[in-house]
Design a protein around this ligand. Structure first.
Ligand SMILES: *Cc1c(COP(=O)(O)O)cnc(C)c1O
Length: 408
């Protein structure tokens, strides 16, 4: 089979619902939501209208000394969804910059509190938080990291939360750092980029308590798992709706897969540490498109729509679970797993063969499926448009692809 790097990219000309169409009119089901950003399908009419309306009214104005209604509405809607616990929003333009902002804000908070040496971070094995230098420093995915390792700040790496003994290991790091840990950064419920590795809410509840005990911030990176992906708007709602992380990061789905935007949500306590007449105590992280009004308008439309979509997600997840149950029992497969609208399994090492992800991806195209495994992990993270026939169709096509790539 051809290598992916020798195959020309698919010339996609149009999207409609979960489908993408190439210039020959062939269709492909977008099974991982264009790298996890799409929620309601492509070229959604409501989102297109919200974007057009804002573009005709006020596309952008600097948020320094000015404000605008779409930004205020967005911050308030998100605050309400945390019961007011995360009542402050800082606007960025992509996921990696949300990570940068949270790391800077955490360390600067401690500095403003008279603890300038409290500037170390604990991150987890297999964690992914973006690929700018600061974000890459707390990312542990070798393919993204290795070439740039000499440029990165040292991070304290603890085992992932699905590993036994993870909490004890994190506590040992907190003890060893003797009060110098500014924050622990995690992906709640699902570690995405290292292969959809899942853990339950209990371990996060305990991690929250641990961070409180050792006076370290907890940063919940919900860039991939937020916006309904796990079944609730925030993954954290399943952990403890009364006891939130100190920082929560959103991006990807927040504009429904239309425009770049990210948010760092935080508490009154963090916000107040920056209030001062001294410039050096303020949080200086300027970028040109902060709080872009068109992106905020798209996000507000996503949040309005969520009121009707969220109650359907449990049913959509159940349809996927039922449709994939026979495939997950297949002898070629191990570790079938699902959290909300993310369903994943690993193909047994003995049957996967060389360059499995690439071969599976190319074979799937012939079955009208756009899907990109991570190593041996095949996953579906579809737009929230799953009905019974779609779930059955997806399971059939994934099985047909597997039969092509790993025949019995
Ligand atoms: C995608 C992702 C990021 C980075 O977002 P970009 O917009 O690609 O920079 C950070 N954290 C997680 C968990 C992600 O999935």
């Amino acid at each position: 089979m051809a290598r992916l790097d020798q195959v020309p990219p698919l010339p996609i000309v149009r999207g409609e619902g979960p489908w993408l169409f190439d210039d020959q009119g062939r269709r492909y089901f977008d099974a991982n939501s264009s790298w996890w950003v799409n929620l309601f399908g492509h070229a959604d009419a409501g989102l297109a209208e919200a974007i057009a309306r804002q573009a005709r009214t006020l596309p952008h104005v600097m948020l320094a000394g000015c404000t605008h209604e779409p930004a205020v509405e967005l911050a308030e809607r998100l605050s309400t969804r945390t019961g007011g616990a995360l009542g402050h929003a800082f606007f960025g333009s992509d996921g990696a910059s949300a990570t940068e902002i949270a790391l800077k804000m955490s360390a600067h908070y401690w500095r403003n509190r008279g603890l300038p040496d409290k500037n170390e971070f604990i991150a987890l094995a297999g964690g992914y938080h973006g690929e700018t230098l600061g974000a890459l420093s707390v990312t542990d995915v070798a393919i993204f990291r290795d070439a740039y390792a000499p440029l990165l700040r040292r991070t304290h790496l603890a085992p992932a939360l699905h590993e036994a003994g993870a909490l004890a290991a994190i506590e040992a790091k907190l003890v060893a750092l003797q009060g110098r840990c500014a924050a622990v950064i995690v992906e709640p419920l699902i570690q995405g980029a290292s292969g959809m590795r899942m853990h339950g809410p209990e371990v996060l509840r305990e991690l929250r308590a641990l961070c409180t005990t050792y006076d370290a911030h907890l940063i919940a990176d919900e860039i991939a798992v937020g916006c309904g992906r796990t079944g609730s708007f925030f993954a954290w709602e399943q952990v403890d709706p009364l006891n939130w992380p100190d920082f929560l990061l959103l991006s990807k789905g927040i504009t429904g897969g239309t425009l770049p935007l990210s948010l760092v949500l935080t508490t009154d306590r963090v916000f107040e540490a920056f209030l001062s007449d001294e410039v050096a105590r303020g949080f200086l992280h300027s970028h040109s498109y902060t709080g872009n009004a068109i992106a905020c308008a798209a996000a507000n439309e996503v949040l309005r729509r969520m009121d009707t979509v969220l109650p359907t997600l449990a049913h959509q997840a159940a349809l996927l679970r039922e449709a994939f149950a026979p495939l997950l029992a297949d002898a070629r497969i191990e570790h079938g797993r699902q959290t909300g609208l993310v369903l994943a399994f690993d193909v047994q090492e003995a049957v996967a063969g060389a360059r499995f992800a690439e071969r599976f991806h190319l074979a799937a195209r012939a079955h009208e499926l756009l899907i990109r495994p991570i190593g041996r992990a095949v996953y579906l993270m579809p737009p929230y448009l799953i009905d019974a026939p779609t779930a059955t169709w997806l399971a059939e096509r994934v099985r047909a692809t597997l039969d092509d790539v790993c025949p019995f």
